[in-house]
Design a binder for this molecule. Structure first.
Ligand code: AMP
Length: 302
């Protein structure tokens, strides 16, 4: 099964204690698509300006990602500037320039409308909704968002949450969105919108998921060095959705496996800036980290 991904395609400028990069390949949809492409065929929907380097598009195509849905238009590409201080779990946004995304009106290529697995990566929720409404009969729809959209487009966000199956967000966002400080109550409140599963990312502490059948916890893969956390959440979600679409099964068991695959992939991504590490990751390396994660949480009940 193939996967549709819509979200930001960006030029990122990022500073961490390991250094800084300026206007490099980034964006929620890029990290997600690249991660998912390890497991499945990806169809990317988004927009870039005429300043977006051609070699970035060629790189995505080289990974088998279908870019018919990636529009190149006159103007400037979306730009994000972020900084990480001691707390690597939290990006401090210095600047968000929507640029060509501000007027993007997505129209899906014909073939995309029958896609069954959809990942609405981080971008304006009104855009996410416009894309979702064009899909005929999706089997599984997941959505990510961030504080920027909770602050600017909360109503649209709450509207779309009612139409999706899985939401992937970080801990601060789920509390902000639900206006609830207790994480368990916050998760219950968001689940009540009708989700099958809510996956909450807790950075270096891993992931907690609430499913209709119960809770699931998985730690992050323990790393001794994190150079740049940018895109960790998107890589996680891309790996998660890529794995699910490759299995074409959405049981709780399969969702747990998908969480392990997303976690393993995200751990590679943070080892370097931009997509420098992620682009080199081999399927076997991911499987190895999934195996270690499973071993880390396994214990006897007697
Ligand atoms: P993550 O570290 O996984 O939360 O996501 C980082 C990516 O999100 C960066 O590559 C940014 O380009 C992108 N990003 C930052 N702010 C926004 C926003 N408001 N909407 C969509 N994408 C964004």
């Amino acid at each position: 099964m193939s996967l549709l991904v819509v979200g930001s395609v960006a030029l990122d400028s990022v500073k961490t204690s390991f250094g800084e990069v300026s206007e490099v390949l980034g964006g929620a949809a890029v990290y997600s698509s690249v991660a998912a492409s390890i497991f499945t065929q990806v169809n990317l929907v988004g927009v870039v300006g005429d300043d977006f380097p051609k070699e970035y598009i060629e790189y995505l195509q080289g990974r088998g990602i279908d870019t018919k849905g990636l529009k190149v238009t006159k103007g400037k590409t979306f730009r994000w500037k972020g900084l990480y201080e001691e707390n690597l779990n939290e990006a401090i946004t210095l600047e968000t320039q929507l640029n060509v995304f501000a007027s993007f009106d997505p129209e899906l290529p014909q073939g995309y409308k029958d896609i069954k697995y959809v990942f609405l990566a981080n971008i304006d929720p009104t855009l996410q909704l416009k894309v979702l409404r064009q899909i005929k009969k999706p089997k599984l729809v997941a959505l990510d968002t961030m504080n920027y959209w909770i602050n600017h487009k909360k109503d649209a966000l709450l509207e779309i949450i009612k139409e999706i199956d899985v939401m992937v967000v970080n801990e601060a966002e789920v509390k902000q969105l639900s206006k609830e400080d207790n994480i368990n109550k916050a998760m219950e409140r968001i689940m009540a919108y009708g989700l099958k599963c809510l996956v909450v990312k807790k950075g270096e502490y891993g992931v907690v998921a609430l499913h209709q059948e119960g809770f699931f916890f998985l730690p992050a893969f323990p790393l001794k060095e994190v150079k740049d956390p940018t895109g960790a959440g998107d890589t996680f979600a891309g790996g998660f959705m890529g794995y699910l679409s490759s299995q074409d099964e959405i049981s709780f068991h399969c969702l747990k496996e998908a969480i392990a695959y997303g976690t393993a992939l995200a751990s590679f991504n943070v080892e370097d800036f931009s997509l420098e590490r992620l682009r080199l990751v081999k399927r076997e390396e991911v499987l190895e980290r999934v195996k270690s994660l499973k071993n880390m949480v396994k214990f006897k009940d007697n």
